[in-house]
Design a protein around this ligand. Sequence first.
Ligand code: ATP
Ligand code: MG
Length: 419
Amino acid sequence: MITKAPRGTQDLYGDQVKTWRKVEQVIRKLTEDFGFEEIRTPMFEHTELFQRGVGETTDIVQKEMYSFKDKGDRDITLKPEGTAGVARAFLENKLFAGAQPTKLYYITPAFRYERPQAGRFRQFHQFGVELFGSEEPAADAEVIAIAKALLDRVGINKVELHINSLGGPECRKKYNETLKSFIKDNLENLCPTCQERFEKNPLRTLDCKNEGCQEILKGAPAVLDVLDEECKAHFKKLQSILDSMGIAYIVDPNIVRGLDYYTRTVFEFISNDIGSQGTVCGGGRYDKLIEECGGKPMPAVGFGVGMERLVMVMKAEQGEETYKAHRDIYIGSLGDNAGIKSQGIIYHLRQAGISAEGDIIGRSVKAQMKYANKIGAEFSVILGDDEIEQNKATIKNMETGDLHEVTIDNFVEDFKKAR
Ligand code: ATP
Ligand code: MG
């Protein structure tokens, strides 16, 4: 049916879109303060980029991608997340050749074929940052700090930061063996997906939402226990920097993150106020991603914030925000001549940065004034043949009732003075 949008998508309008714009404004200022520059990458990429850059064993690649063949028989996928495209752009545009670190951010729609539910859509939006070129825990801390600062600036207080370390490839190998021997005897009791993960990427069984699997994996050994000295020190230093920033965190061995490319630090900001899809922000370090995409080794750390979930948490903590309509002035008119003249004045006012409105649907003067009230006009004026002839009109402050005389010819300047 043409009056129904595709499942898992939504329209944003009215007060809702105003809240989104407020969040976006906060993000623009925030990224400026933290020194991150915007990058805009295409909405679709070669499917192979996501297969390599997100990982073959992830839910995203295995079952959630919007993939299709274009008319030139190319395999194309709508971006399911922001990082892979940015990594591709980083390589293609040789951003690695400049002074490091490279600090980038984006706000983008993302597409995943998932079962829609509260906080889960098929088209959703992510604010993400990617910091390339530093292996230091200070980079991880900076990335975590910008996410925390965003929550603060939009007035969210009750979201918890969970951090964990998955170690480097060596630790991961060791841990996978440890985990495999722990799971072995219970293998047939795991869900089919986890049985598959057992071979390819056992770590990811810890991320399974299936209750049976969660029960079995409850007593699993923690990855933190098998970290080598270097990874341990990296994780410790990250904690010290977070302490120095005054950012509270919980060390949580169950945070393993869905994507294959994470190394060392992983983190999530989790809300208890919006139901089971409580992860507002997920991120971590992915030192192997750039190599995976065909570049020279380049450490990187980043995150993605789900904008829909962020707005849901804001509403849960602060209630619905209602915005009042506002215009600086309403120019009412009576008769054809005055109507034409008023359109000219309105255009000049708007060009001078004054929000002005007038009648464009032929209302009576009485109805025009009612409408002026409805749109929150601060001042109003009515132009008729007399006003045009005498080059004079009286504007009224709608709240105080104060009157000011202005000339028609010099309306913009006179209005500015009268305000
Ligand atoms: P989840 O465990 O909820 O499926 P994920 O691990 O798949 O999340 P990421 O790929 O890390 O999520 O994406 C980063 C953020 O984007 C998530 O923390 C979440 O806030 C948001 N997000 C992910 N998928 C969706 C979706 N289908 N609808 C709305 N927001 C989403
Ligand atoms: Mg997911």
